[in-house]
Design a protein around this ligand. Sequence first.
Ligand code: ADP
Length: 199
Amino acid sequence: MFRVGLTGGIGSGKSTASGLFAQQGVPVIDADAIAREVVAPGQPALEAIRQAFGAAAIGADGTLDRAWLRTRVFAAPDERQRLEELLHPLIRDAIRDRVRRLTAPYVIIAIPLLVEKGWRSEVDRVLVIDAPVEQQIARTASRDQMQTEDVMRILAAQGSREERLAAADDVLCNEGDLNALRERVTLLHQRYLRLAGQR
Ligand code: ADP
């Protein structure tokens, strides 16, 4: 299976582009959704988190207390790393498993922090959705009803646009309207079908 990793900064248009690939019939695996699934009650990750971070990590309803955990690791890079080391292999295996069960010429795997968190080896090609920073901020602020400053804080915690572009095999410039985006997705879809067929 030919695997295309789709990434980009917040508000660049990853979800929108993923949706357009899905409309072309391409299976899309969302790493964020998988990350939520692996910590669901009954999954081994939840027990591992409880052992590493204590019972306070789990709420009264038995689900992971994400807000608590986020606050706990926010200011503690070593704890954040511990959490990532615990979750990363589980997410990776879940993605591999899902890919294995697919039948399609190629698959899109949407991974927001693909470049930052070392997911390159899990994909055959990197597609970066790119938009000017001002547009990322405006789109995110309007989508999530956030203040510009809060979006900028999230942006600052992600890798830079330059780092992502340096890791890209393909760049989808999403600075235009939705029609322009749709046209570019269609062209990339044709390219990926070709590349998948050559393997
Ligand atoms: P990401 O998943 O990268 O955070 P989204 O796909 O959610 O970004 O896009 C951010 C916001 O911008 C959404 O509200 C989306 O509808 C809008 N958007 C994305 N691309 C375009 C575009 N080309 N034209 C207009 N709005 C867009």
